[in-house]
Structures are given as C-alpha cells and as structure tokens.
Write a protein that binds this ligand. Structure first.
Ligand code: SAH
Length: 210
C-alpha cells in the first residue's frame, strides 16, 4: 500500500532543503513506525520528535535527514554514532555506509535498538552499551562521527577518533544555553566549524544507566 503520509513527508523534506536523493530514499525505506511506541503510531510520518521511552526522543525527520545529508556518506565509510536511542538514525546511516558503530548509555534502549535492527535485517551495525564520550578506541579512526545528544563541548577523545577530512555532526550547547547543530570538518589536524541550524536535543550525559 502506498503511504500518502510518507510521500507527503518526503516532499516536505525536499522542499526544506534535503536534496540528497540517497538520504531521502533511506528515509523512505526505513519504517519509522517500527521505532516508536504504539500510542504514537498515527504520528510516525509527522515531521515531529516523538518519545521512545526512558525520557528520550526520536528526532524530528527533518533533523535526521539534515544530519544524514550533512555527513556526506559514502558506501566505504565507517561511522561512529553516539546515542543509539531507538536505532532509527542508526538504520538510516546503515543504508548509506559500510558499517555503523553505535554507543548508547541506557541498556534498555540498546536492547530495543538491537531488536529493531534485527527485525529490519540490518546487519552492518555494531551496538554497545557505554559512555559515548569515551568514543570507541578499538574501532577508531572513523570516517564520520554523529552525536545525537546535546553536549557543551566535544572532548579530545572524540576529536582524536576522526580521520583527516572526516566530518562530525553534533548538537552543541552554546554559552547562552541555546543548542546549535554543527558540522565540524577535520582538515590537516585543524577543525573547521559550520552552524547548520538551531536544535533541541536531549542532553548528553556521562556514564552508563543500567
Ligand atoms: N537518534 C536516536 C535518538 C537519540 S536520543 C533515534 O533515532 O532514536 C539521544 C540518545 O543519546 C538517548 O538515547 C540517550 O540515552 C543517549 N545518550 C546521551 N548521552 C550519551 C552518552 N554519553 N553516551 C551514549 N549515549 C548517550
């Protein structure tokens, strides 16, 4: 069955500046309704953030699409994601790169994400429960890093785990408390920053929650 709401959402994303066809087709392919609780099913294709349990949210489709497009993914890329949540963004990334390594600090969410990925037969993803702020030492360096929880500062560890010419997309909390989605590119060991848009992400917290 053709889902009219899904088509409407994809058209809305295109009109909002999501022009990368690979990103749009990944959003069209991955069923967002599988990642949210049943009480919100009728809103799965609305352009809004929705609860995924444990006081966390699945981002608005526009922000997922913007982050994905801004990563400029290639099929050969190895990607680190901090904040797996439901695994929705992870699944989109998995369609567009070689392998995704994703870290979540809440073990209940990690289990949910694992089941979601399994039911969609997505196999090029490795998940772990951990503090994403420590990165993934055994797997570095990464071509791309995406952070889906708002942080005051990216630490040295994260900067050290991205390859030269690599891109980091992250919501950064500014001094005035506002969050800005940033694209940070590593060029010759220097980092160039570009502001993408204002955002509202859940906070990045240290340590693991069992
Ligand atoms: N992208 C996810 C939603 C992420 S919400 C999706 O598509 O569903 C942000 C997630 O980051 C939450 O699940 C939160 O628990 C997690 N998180 C916050 N701080 C973290 C940290 N330091 N390490 C790992 N995960 C973290």
């Amino acid at each position: 069955m053709i889902d009219v709401r899904k088509i409407r959402l994809i058209m809305e994303l295109r009109e909002s500046g999501i022009t990368d066809n690979n990103t749009l087709s990944a959003l069209e392919t991955i069923p967002r309704e599988k990642f949210i609780s049943n009480s919100f099913l009728d809103q799965a294709y609305e352009n809004i953030a929705l609860p995924i349990g444990n006081d966390q949210t699945i981002s608005q489709p526009y922000i997922v699409a913007l982050m994905t497009q801004s990563l400029e993914l290639k099929k050969t890329h190895k990607v680190l994601e901090l904040g797996t949540g439901s695994g929705y963004q992870t699944s989109i990334l998995a369609k567009l790169c070689r392998r995704v390594y994703s870290i979540e600090r809440i073990s209940d969410l990690q289990k949910i994400a694992q089941n979601n990925l399994k039911s969609l037969k997505i196999h090029n993803v490795v998940l772990k429960v951990g503090d994403g702020n420590k990165g993934w030492l055994e797997q570095e360096p990464f071509d791309r890093i995406i952070i889906t929880a708002a942080t005051n500062n990216l630490n040295k560890t994260i900067f050290s785990q991205i390859k030269n010419n690599g891109i980091i997309i992250a919501p950064i909390i500014e001094k005035d408390g506002k969050q800005i989605l940033k694209k940070i590119v590593k060029i010759n060991n220097k980092f160039q920053e570009e502001n993408l848009c204002d955002v509202s992400f859940v906070p990045n917290l240290d340590g693991i929650k069992n």
